[in-house]
Write a protein that binds this ligand. Structure first.
Ligand SMILES: *Cc1c(COP(=O)(O)O)cnc(C)c1O
Length: 415
């Protein structure tokens, strides 16, 4: 199968795009600075903008769209559930939450699931569970629990979470912050070991740092974190909101390294790109510390989200899905590797997930992404001259090749 993109495209000043951009600029808070693309429709790996231009989506909603836009099995599950019941609150049971939690727990080899909505909520919930576990199971004195986190990490936008962020944009102006966190350099096992105290209840980390630019830790680091946690009697909490559910070509980025965390935090792709759905996944010895009234969410575990989540679990249970993701990863790594020295300074990949450091002399990441969008490929810059590509796992090898070739063309043009 060959794939093509429309050739030269007009500047994004055409009527509908400009109209929507101005309205968004005037009426929606400026907490984002979107590329000049206004999407109105999407299917699989492709989106269409309000002026009829098509783009290959190589961001995939920061991995919330791992299965592409409107995957037929996920849309069908959502439709079926919308016609039955969508929200019950947890004041009552519903016939979707049990099967979803059982299926997700079984997929990950853990006993219990706490369903929430957004990734940040999963992280907040994980922090609360780790602290309570520390007091009740480990016997840490009241209000003394500490959690070690990694510099450069990203875990969401709540006040507690930005409080332990090392990104000045994320935390500046939002204090005062929640105490109880110790930050160590990512990938530095000696620093982690040195930061552990008798009050350390957990180590919270992304196994691959996504927002930081797909930063992969040195080989053996995750296994070392596991050993340090075991020695300290602390929980290893893996934030796999972005790295999990197929993004690295494996079910989980920790499992790619043969490591099993005590607590998994999931989000993004868990909702199939249709609904917000996140989860804390752990054994009963950990999640069992939550008792009625101690934690909750109005929308958490709603039947619509659970129906979609169950369909996502079904997709991930198909070995062909992960095998194709690994094929995409090999293609991405090979093609991006060939660009090093041709406008690209360095590339880091973990399956079909890449951080690409562009030669800063060619322009910042945003300039490159804007030029890429004009040529029909959507990707996103992060931190200066770094580009992130995370194509949907349903993209074909040909589509991915086209995206990287387009990037090569853009860099040659800027060079
Ligand atoms: C996106 C992300 C979050 C936050 O998820 P939201 O749904 O935006 O709240 C947390 N952790 C990681 C690793 C993420 O990539």
């Amino acid at each position: 199968m060959t794939v093509t993109l429309p050739g030269s495209r007009p500047e994004p000043t055409s009527t509908a795009t400009a109209w929507h951009e101005e309205l968004m600029e005037r009426r929606s808070a400026h907490n984002y600075h979107p590329l000049p693309v206004v999407v109105t429709e999407a299917e699989g790996a492709w989106v269409t903008d309000v002026d009829g231009r098509r783009y290959l989506d190589c961001l995939a909603g920061y991995s919330a769209l791992n299965f592409g836009h409107r995957h037929p099995a996920l849309v069908a599950a959502a439709h079926r559930q919308i016609d039955r019941v969508t929200l019950t609150s947890r004041a009552f049971g519903n016939d979707r939450i049990g099967p979803f939690c059982a299926a997700l727990g079984e997929l990950l080899g853990k006993q219990m699931v706490l369903p929430m909505n957004t990734g940040a909520e999963a992280v907040e919930s994980g922090i609360k569970v780790a602290r309570k576990w520390g007091y009740e199971v480990r016997g840490v004195s009241e209000d003394r629990a500490r959690i070690v986190v990694m510099a450069g990490g990203f875990h969401g936008r709540t006040t507690t979470i930005v409080g332990f962020s090392t990104d000045p944009d994320a935390r500046g102006g939002f204090g005062p912050f929640t105490p109880g966190f110790d930050v160590v350099p990512f990938g530095d096992a000696a620093a982690l070991a040195a930061a552990i105290t008798p009050d350390t209840v957990a180590v919270l980390l992304e196994p691959v740092q996504g927002e930081a630019g797909v930063v992969v830790p040195p080989p053996g680091f995750l296994a070392e974190v596991r050993r340090i946690c075991d020695r300290a009697g602390a929980l290893m909490v893996a934030d796999e909101v972005q790295s999990g559910l197929g993004r690295t070509g494996h079910l989980l980025a920790t499992r790619r390294e043969g490591v099993d965390a005590d607590v998994y935090l999931l989000g993004k792709a868990l909702g199939g790109g249709i609904v917000p759905l996140s989860a804390v996944v752990a054994d009963e010895a950990v999640l069992g510390v939550l008792r009625p009234g101690q934690h909750g969410s109005t929308f958490g575990g709603n039947p619509l989200a659970c129906a979609v989540g169950s369909a996502v679990v079904d997709l991930l249970g198909d070995p062909a899905v992960l095998a194709h993701a690994r094929d995409l990863g090999r293609e991405l790594t090979a093609r991006l590797g060939a660009l090093v020295g041709h406008g690209v300074v360095a590339v880091r990949t973990a399956g079909p997930w890449a951080g690409i450091d562009v030669d800063p002399r060619l322009g910042d990441g945003r300039a490159v992404c804007t030029a890429l969008a004009r040529r029909g490929v959507l990707a996103k810059d992060t931190h200066g001259a770094t580009l992130r590509m995370s194509p949907p796992l349903v993209a074909t090898v040909e589509e991915l090749a086209l995206a990287v070739d387009t990037l090569g063309g853009v860099l040659a043009e800027l060079g």
